[in-house]
Design a protein around this ligand. Structure first.
Ligand code: ADP
Ligand code: MG
Length: 336
């Protein structure tokens, strides 16, 4: 049985389509990532799957239970760690877990055994009797993840599990997430806007952009699917003629307009720089800067969505700012 089966799931907030007709499957035991910039619809999707938000259209099952008709069974099958931290800082790590264990109605004996197992799994044995207020950000996150596993759920949902952690702590957290996926045998669905996180720990990744899934595959296969390096050309002038010329070149796999220039996908990008500069000169638009990126999940995202994650996040921030009537900074560009 699949851990999660999603079929035509849609969520609208007024005019906004936050999740747009998604269908996909998460296999049992998988570590599955939803990768996308802020505002892509990741949290909305997760909130529907954990039964906190009703879908506008479509259906889904979690551990075989329908998210609309069978909410109680879904809630029993899942653990959740939200983006915002929710721990009692006055209580110790063990006490925080005990509190939740009581909520789930575990017996005292079961409780103690389970808490020991969990503290061991998330590496907080030595700090079990320290107040959580003394924990580092990474330790708090691990405790929350452990808490999500207390009642042995079939599926664990982690919404931005390493957001706000420093890069080193983030890396450490990846190890724990992988470990609990393997050792506790729990299927994991996590959301992230960190490309490296998706690349490093996920078995499969859904690239989410603007409420839709642009692609879904293993990080390696997504990277390979680009089929070349991405050469970014910063250009001084209209790109119309150059675009016509690029379209006529057999060695150009793909190109798109970018803020202040063009992005061209070609094999052996470095060796094509001279050709590209010459084409631009012939088209009467001088190249002011060149950047070559080898395929990775970052360039895969770029090639799938036509923008980098950072650009998408800037768009989202700009639209939020203009919603508030504030000035939009640095959003010029698009097609020239
Ligand atoms: P992500 O988690 O990928 O950052 P979200 O799911 O939070 O994205 O948001 C997706 C879109 O839905 C955004 O445009 C956001 O502003 C909008 N949205 C999310 N929740 C609500 C809500 N409760 N009411 C109105 N709009 C919402
Ligand atoms: Mg979110």
């Amino acid at each position: 049985m699949a851990a999660i089966q999603v079929d035509g799931l849609t969520k609208r907030f007024g005019e906004t389509v936050a999740v747009d007709d998604l269908s996909f499957t998460v296999e049992d035991g998988e570590l599955f990532g939803l990768l996308g910039p802020n505002g892509a619809g990741k949290s909305t999707l997760i909130n529907m799957l954990v039964t906190l938000l009703g879908p506008s259209e479509g259906t889904a099952t979690v551990d075989g239970h329908d998210i609309v008709d069978d909410t109680a069974a879904v809630r029993n099958s899942i653990g959740i760690v939200f983006q915002e931290q929710a721990l009692d800082e006055e209580l110790t790590g063990a006490e925080n877990l005990a509190f939740h264990s009581r909520l789930y109605g575990q017996s005292a004996g079961e409780r103690e055994e389970r808490i020991d197992e969990i503290l061991d799994l998330v590496g907080l044995d030595d700090e079990r009797d320290d107040p959580v207020g003394t924990y580092s950000g990474g330790m708090k996150r691990r405790l929350e993840i452990g808490r999500g596993l207390l009642h042995e759920p079939a599926v664990l949902f982690l919404d931005e599990p390493t957001s706000g952690l420093d890069p080193r702590t983030r890396r450490d957290s990846w190890e724990y997430i992988r470990r609990l996926n393997e050792e506790a045998g729990v299927s994991v669905v996590l959301t992230t806007h960190y490309i490296e996180e998706a690349e490093q720990i996920c078995d499969r990744v859904a690239v989410v952009d603007d409420g839709e899934i642009a692609a879904i595959d293993s990080p390696g296969a997504l990277t390979e699917s680009i089929g070349g390096d991405v050469v970014s050309l910063e250009l001084d002038g209209s790109t119309a003629t150059l675009r016509d010329r690029l379209a006529a070149q057999s060695w150009v796999s793909e190109f798109s307009t970018a803020d202040g220039g063009l992005r061209v996908t070609v094999d052996h990008g470095r060796q094509r720089i001279a050709d590209l500069v010459r084409l631009a000169d012939d088209a009467g638009v001088p190249v002011t800067a060149v950047d070559v990126r080898e395929p990775n999940l970052e360039t895969a995202f770029l090639s799938l969505t036509g923008a980098t994650m950072a650009e998408r996040e800037a768009d989202e921030a700009d639209s939020a700012a203009s919603d508030d009537g504030e000035a939009v900074v640095g959003a010029a560009g698009g097609d020239r």
